[in-house]
Design a protein around this ligand. Structure first.
Ligand code: BGC
Length: 746
């Protein structure tokens, strides 16, 4: 679209800039400027502000069948925001068209900047595995710096949906299964994208999405219905959204799913009562792509006009790509079916953000080709992407110190369908691929192994691995080598939106390739690349070492090699449980107590168990190894009992007892053993990532207050009930090292 946009609008840009909009800066406070503008707007212009359309060149959902003429609609003030316009030149050109409209209200440009704009960071689930809030915030900051220079005002991120079903492809975009970890990461990402205050040219507005409970789609099938108790909703699925509001998230996106029978887009409970009511959210809610229109096939609205009425009444402010508001809202107001006050409220929310961004002072202030060029070529961004990728890789297994690979080995064979991948390392949901600059794993290993090491490569098969015809060549290469590295997993297209899988095993015959190498006496070190937890039981049993590298981004190959050779000591921990078998899904460490718990796996008669499978996962939430070891000792409590307004400090000594420097993620879990609602066996309540030199030790402390002990009771009140609580400190949810009990007194 670039050429079209630019050719047609260049002549008018200057004119538009000179012309004085109704919104010219007058020094008044933003609410007054919003009201002044609102008073001048016709109903049609108000509806225009609530209409968001996609550029036609980059489509991120099913294309609308409605014919439209973008340019004349923008010029007529019928469009308030566009998504998927990319680059400083295009955003300037399109903004210039908006400047020809009667009131010259600037457009908002939104885009899915999910894990980087030009410099690609690990997919969000991978980044979450770092448990490193600073690194996560920094990655969002860098994405914001690059995207905002290209004229983007608004990213549709972070996705803060809790997900406990790895079949759902969109687990890749979130922070995993846990409400506490997810909330901390949600806040870090919002801070990173938005900076201290909206309006800085290095910042973009964040979107907390998808409101709400989208991650609990039945059977992990994308867009499917969600049916859940209010307690689970409040305790597990809503907290990351609340954290995003508290961190100042400018916008929310609603979701495709129904929640207990009501489409989220039409849910007044979610959008009006909880978000704008109880939480006092002052920003605006954008629908998901055509999610207003989809209330018709849901069977919740009779036609597009009915859907528009239901959505605006429920509190959806902006319509992404349904053309429902544009087509019907004015008539609905005219017919008395929608109160114009609802339209005014939505428009006010949108205009306020446009003022806060400074767009009324200079509609082009973000679109800056020079800044764009500087930002995307900043070498510090590549360095940060590499460091963050290395921090996100989870060492799942490392028997006998198979890793790190000793420098100076004579030969390394790099095998597997992802060994020479470039595009796959970038992952899905990126604005544009630049695979040519990605260093693949073979080349990264070659670069780091040193001149004395011979590095060979044989793929064995492609990712689909339908045939074993390439296995012989792979075996031949492996037989010649001292160390074999096998890179297996998913391609970038196998996770993300609309990428649910019923079978989350390694694709095709990839596990057979591993088995063939093992049978030849060449058991490899395995690197798994994927956007979700996968199941790979044979590899888990027989491999000596497994590094879970996710889809690690532009610098992924280098970062994997950094970890394989020990330049970086792995420090990531799983943000999602890895099942042994599909039959265990949905799965989370946060199980509820039952009346028939399994206390001994050998005795499962009449117990809450499977007769053909353990209850335990393959790898637990919080699991991840290091090249060093850590000891936890000397737990102390500042006191044993507290009142509701009190605090207890738990402290202990953490020591690096191994040979190299490393970082540990110390995790605090809690259990409320007797309560008016049955509580989970463990809930994460705190974590700290601490770097220690060999032999170094440090005092670590966590504060326990009422919030740590509280839960939503059956009346949905946030209560902390007096009684005993168990505290557990450990290296993973299944690796508890220290325990203590405390009491909450009346
Ligand atoms: C996705 C959203 C995304 C939107 C715009 C939808 O299909 O669910 O997450 O922001 O498209 O691309």
């Amino acid at each position: 679209m670039t050429r079209n946009w630019i050719a047609r609008s260049a002549a008018t840009t200057l004119l538009a800039l000179i012309a004085n909009g109704a919104w010219a800066a007058d020094g008044a406070a933003i609410p007054e400027r919003v009201e002044a503008l609102l008073r001048q707007m016709t109903l049609a212009e108000k509806v225009g502000q609530l209409n968001q359309l996609s550029d036609k060149q980059f489509i991120t959902g099913p294309e609308s069948e409605l014919r439209r003429n973008l340019e004349s609609d923008i010029r007529a003030g019928k469009v308030g925001s566009m998504l998927n316009v990319k680059g400083a030149a295009d955003t300037r050109a399109v903004q210039a068209i908006a400047m020809q409209s009667r009131l010259k209200i600037p457009l908002l440009f939104g885009l899915d900047v999910i894990h980087g704009y030009d410099t690609i960071f690990p997919v969000p689930l991978g980044e979450a595995a770092s448990w490193d809030l600073e690194a996560i915030e920094q990655s969002a900051r860098i994405a914001a710096r690059e995207a905002s220079a290209a004229g983007i005002h608004w990213t549709f991120a972070p996705m803060v949906d809790i997900a406990r079903d790895p079949r759902w492809g969109r687990v890749m975009e979130g922070a995993g299964e846990d409400a506490y970890l997810g909330s901390r990461i949600a806040a870090a990402r919002v801070r990173g994208f938005q900076g201290v205050k909206l309006g800085g040219t290095g910042s973009v507005m964040a979107t907390a999405k998808h409101f709400a409970a989208y991650g609990a789609a039945i059977a992990g099938r994308d867009y499917n219905a969600v049916d859940m108790s209010e307690q689970l909703l409040y305790e597990t699925y809503l907290p990351p959204f609340k954290a995003a509001v508290d961190a100042g998230a400018a916008t929310f996106m609603n979701s495709f799913n129904t929640l207990n029978g009501v489409p989220a887009t039409g849910s007044a409970l979610l959008q009006r009562d909880i978000l704008k009511g109880a939480w006092g959210f002052k920003g605006f809610v954008v629908s998901d792509w055509n999610s207003i229109g989809e209330m018709v096939p849901h069977g919740y609205a009779s036609d597009l006009s009915d859907a528009a009425a239901k959505a605006i009444i429920a509190g959806s402010d902006m319509d992404m790509e349904s053309n429902a508001y544009a087509g019907s809202l004015a008539q609905l107001v005219g017919a008395g079916k929608v109160d114009v006050k609802l339209v005014d409220d939505a428009v006010r929310r949108v205009l306020t953000k446009k003022f806060e961004l400074g767009l009324f002072d200079d509609p082009y202030r973000f679109s800056d080709p020079k800044r764009e060029k500087e930002a995307v070529s900043d070498p510090a961004h590549r360095a940060a992407a590499r460091a963050t990728a290395a921090k996100s890789m989870v060492l799942l297994k490392n028997d006998g110190g198979a890793l790190p690979i000793k420098r100076g080995v004579k030969s390394i064979a790099v095998i597997g369908p992802l060994a020479d991948a470039r595009r796959d390392l970038e992952g899905g949901w990126i604005v544009k691929s630049n695979a040519a600059r990605v260093v693949n794993l073979v080349d990264a290993i070659r670069a780091q192994a040193g001149a004395g090491t011979r590095v060979s490569f044989a793929a064995g098969c492609d990712v689909a691995c339908a045939s074993d015809s390439g296995f012989a060549a792979a075996l031949a290469a492996a037989r010649e080598a001292d160390v074999v590295v096998l890179a297996v997993g998913e391609s970038w297209e196998m996770s993300g939106e609309a990428k649910s899988r019923a079978d989350i095993g390694l694709p095709g015959r990839q596990e057979q390739l591993f088995a063939a190498l093992k049978a030849a006496g060449k058991t490899p070190v395995v690197v798994v690349l994927a956007g979700r937890p996968l199941i790979f039981e044979n590899v888990a049993r027989d491999a000596k070492a497994i590094l879970y590298a996710w889809l690690p981004g532009s610098e992924g190959g280098n970062a994997i090699a950094d970890v394989l050779f020990g330049a970086v000591n792995p420090s990531a921990r799983l943000p999602m449980t890895f099942p042994r078998h599909q039959g265990q899904i949905p799965i989370s460490y946060q199980q509820y107590s039952t009346g028939r718990p399994v206390t001994d796996e050998r005795d499962i008669q009449y117990k809450s168990a499977y007769i053909d499978m353990s209850n335990s996962p393959r790898y637990a939430f919080g699991h991840g190894l290091s090249y060093t070891t850590f000891a936890y000792r000397d737990l102390k409590l500042s006191r044993n009992a507290m009142k509701a307004d009190g605090k207890i400090t738990l402290s202990f000594t953490l020591a690096n007892t191994g040979p190299v420097a490393g970082a540990e993620v110390a995790q605090l879990y809690l259990r409320d053993p007797v309560a008016s609602s049955v509580r989970p066996l463990k809930e994460l309540k705190g974590f700290q990532k601490i770097a220690l030199a060999p032999g170094q030790q440090q005092q670590v402390s966590f504060t326990i207050d009422r919030d740590s002990l509280a839960f939503f009771n059956r009346k949905l009140q946030w209560v902390a009930e007096p009684g005993q609580f168990e505290l557990m400190v450990g290296a993973a949810s299944d690796d508890i090292r220290l325990r203590a009990n405390i009491e909450l007194t009346e």
